[in-house]
Ligand binder design. Sequence first.
Ligand SMILES: Cc1cc2nc3c(=O)[nH]c(=O)nc-3n(C[C@H](O)[C@H](O)[C@H](O)COP(=O)(O)OP(=O)(O)OC[C@H]3O[C@@H](n4cnc5c(N)ncnc54)[C@H](O)[C@@H]3O)c2cc1C
Length: 403
Amino acid sequence: MHDVVVVGGGPAGCHTAALLGQKGFDVHVFEEHPVIGEPVDCSGVIGAEAFATLELPESLRLGEIRTLTLVSPSQLEVRFSPPSPLAYIVDRAAFDRTIADKASRSGATFHLGSTVVDLQVLKECVEVVFKEIINAPRSTVHGQRSLVNGQKTLKASMVILAGGPRYGIQLKLGMGQPGDFLRTAQAEVAVRGVEEARVLMGSSVAPGSFGWIVPFRRGGNDFARIGVSAKTSPVPYLRKLIHNLYDTGYLSSSNVPVRSWVIPIAPLPRTFADRVLAVGDAAGQTKPTSGGGIFYGLLCAEAAVHSVVAAFERGDFSLGTLSRYEEEWRKKLGREIRIAAFFRRLAERLTDKDIDDLFRIVQSDGILSAVTSKAHFDWHGDVIFFTLRHPGLGRIFLKGLFG
Ligand SMILES: Cc1cc2nc3c(=O)[nH]c(=O)nc-3n(C[C@H](O)[C@H](O)[C@H](O)COP(=O)(O)OP(=O)(O)OC[C@H]3O[C@@H](n4cnc5c(N)ncnc54)[C@H](O)[C@@H]3O)c2cc1C
């Protein structure tokens, strides 16, 4: 029997595997795709703190966000330029592979092209049921696949669920699923003249959420990740944005492939079960404001490792022992997630006129420098409190509560 099986070779799963491997555990990582990091469904924007936490090589950076321009429904602009870079734009596939390499070097065994289809939690172990896949396509998650060898099983003392936004196993184990999601659509395109990152707001751009343009350079050429998150189908909104950018000369083609995916923006009701923990998107550990999940997933991976170590030390893998995982990660992130979720609910009620009014206040009131000094890429609580306490801004956000 093995010590730990990790389901999913994304950043949360690989970071967990690397930390457990370094502590001498016998770890097996199952990743359904044949190559770690592909396909990419992410803008790859990572805060400076996350970068430092992982001690990542600078070569992963494709660019940095020094200035962020927010654009209102009627094209008013607010420009944030903090003294140091807000975040870095990484090559997300290479980023995942760097963490996977760390896990491999720490002794973790990778099963690529292997999908975990079920877990049987037994008294003495967890039986992991998986299928090995060949000819799995690299560029799409919906292509044709050939199954070989049928189903196989492997036994482990514990399982870490780190398979991203899929919740079949969590539901089966009584852990539930996130109560809120964003739908996303994104394209990576060659661009010209796009100098700075932009966040776009308004009901005709991204209903209930926002769009983004994140420029970076690769191989001496200019590219951007252009995306939309929304509560409704985002693809038509992204297509419209791409056409607008094409018409204004920023893109040389509007015929670009678009990938759509989903982001959980609320944690699971319970992130642990007997012999099982969930981390990253599999646990809904993202920032409810932006949907960014890489950093929170990495922080929660560390908390998961503490609970795995404690469970092995006691020889007790029960729900009672593993509940400490949820206590630990909620201590770190619970307040931030609650404040951000509250703020998102307020923001989702704003009309286009409300958003324009907010921009006018920020432009006229001289509060931009105060907001900038409180803004942090990964920690949003301070800037949210500042915003809601400001008489003009707070009135617009909070009126929906009493209207
Ligand atoms: C369009 C878009 C843009 C985003 N931009 C950002 C951003 O700029 N910054 C940021 O911080 N976050 C961003 N996010 C969110 C971020 O991508 C996720 O929070 C992050 O990828 C979560 O990491 P993870 O390891 O938990 O899951 P994932 O990265 O989803 O990795 C899970 C892995 O598990 C595999 N898997 C799933 N089920 C199984 C199974 N049963 N068996 C075997 N393998 C399995 C999957 O194939 C996948 O490789 C974005 C998300 C989207 C959709």
